[in-house]
Design a protein around this ligand. Structure first.
Ligand code: BMP
Length: 218
């Protein structure tokens, strides 16, 4: 089972990264690693990964700024995570057109995993998602109710879900609640044996998925 997206917010040894690359469904790169390693460092890290490289810059700006930013990174990755709350016209619409032309995917943030996020805005975010028709969505493992709602509203979208381990959700829970992949960072890159941890998490994911499928059919 390959349903882990590694959130690489801190560097790992190159040898470990090479071994990890075949064990995960993707890698998420964001500001912490970009600022620490610089673009050249990121290029070297990404040599270990063939595909599903997700740039998580949580873009939230006007169209021309977001297009400039993604232009710098488009040759390095496959997808970009973008905030939906900025709205559609002169922002996400134009970025989506640009990314489509470049054959890149967009994930929109539907809800976040931390306590301070306010899901009262979800009806608005849902409208932006509908208009945009992105490739995928980010939805939190920490709040099963909204994750299930997002899945129900957008059953055909790929849902990637953070909040597992360090933020409190259990491995496999997001998969049971409708996510396609679980985004995991600290529990992997801070562990003494990242590859062993990934293999163990994959086993737990499989067991949890079987359990919840069985529960559904009861
Ligand atoms: P960790 O497993 O170490 O908590 O990492 C989670 C990753 O997912 C981090 O890169 C974080 O920025 C990201 N993330 C999140 O935690 N919550 C969200 O709602 C959206 C995210 O992208």
């Amino acid at each position: 089972m390959n349903k882990i997206i590694l959130a690489l917010d801190e560097p790992l040894d190159y040898k470990i990264l090479k071994d990890i690359s075949s064990q995960v469904a993707g890698i998420k790169i964001g500001w912490p690693l970009i600022l620490e390693q610089g673009l050249e460092g990121i290029k070297n890290i990404l040599k270990n990964f063939d595909n599903n490289i997700i740039f998580d810059l949580k873009l939230a700006d006007i169209d021309s700024t977001m297009i400039k930013i993604t232009t710098h990174l488009k040759n390095l990755g496959d997808s970009f995570i973008v905030h939906a709350f900025v709205g559609y016209n002169e922002s996400i619409r134009e970025l989506k057109e640009f990314l489509d032309k470049e054959n890149k995917k967009m994930y929109l943030v539907s809800s976040m995993s931390h306590k301070g996020w306010n899901d009262n805005f979800y009806p608005y975010i849902k409208e932006v998602i509908k208009m945009t028709n992105p490739y995928g969505l980010v939805a939190p493992a920490t709040r099963p109710k909204i994750l299930k709602t997002v899945k129900k509203d957008f059953p055909e979208k790929i849902i990637i879900s953070p909040g597992i381990g360090a933020q409190g959700a259990k491995i496999g829970d997001a998969l049971c609640n409708g996510a396609n992949y679980e985004i995991i960072g600290r529990s992997i890159y801070n562990s003494k044996d990242p590859i062993g941890t990934i293999l163990e998490f994959q086993k737990i994911q499989e067991e949890r998925l079987n359990e919840c499928k069985r529960a559904e059919t009861r």
